[in-house]
Write a new protein. Sequence first.
Length: 149
Amino acid sequence: MANETGNFRASIFGGFNRQDVSDYIEKLSLDRNRYKNKSEELAEKVDTMQEKIDELTKRLTETESRLAEAQRPPTEKHAAIIEKTVTSMRGYKAALAEAAEKIGAFSASMSDELIQLRSQVETLPQTLDKACSKLDRAIEKLERVNNKG
């Protein structure tokens, strides 16, 4: 094939080199499958991160509940519970902050990659339409040559 943009070499009898067209369509199909696989992989990562967020949120809710109970008039027993709860909440807060930071970075990177993939996938139908138009013209030329002969 002359290049990767869909320009096909002319064949001896008019039209386009059949192998060029076949190679080009196969390349488009491989690209589409690669983009689909990457999209599925990214979706799995997002699901995993969401599960982590849900678990940390659940733990935070439980800790807040314990804190509310600990806010009753303090006794020595309550003071120990409050101290334990505060320590746990600080740990959960740090874990949530770390998860939020990782998710933010991952989300930004995933968004950029998805934008690129969408752009490439959106042009595939146009590219295939152009290839089909070229094939139609090549078929017409071959039929005219065949009818003359």
